[in-house]
Design a binder for this molecule. Sequence first.
Ligand SMILES: [Zn+2]
Length: 83
Amino acid sequence: MPDRSRCPNCREPVSPFAAGCAICGADLDTARWDKGPGIGNRIASWFGALSSGPTKGGMTPWVIVFLIFFGTGIVSTLLALFL
Ligand SMILES: [Zn+2]
């Protein structure tokens, strides 16, 4: 199995849960899912994709949804913590 901590395209180090390579934009998610990871990995990868903001692919709408639903909550939490 290829090293998940490195991009299969450009070999740069990437987050294990990143949906795509931050350097070259390679879709890391598809490469992983083709190997049949468990449901835990799928969920982790899904959340990782939400937070990492892939530059291409079909996850962008989910990032927007995530920001709409959770972005304000995160901001409120930070304000509560630091104000
Ligand atoms: Zn890459």
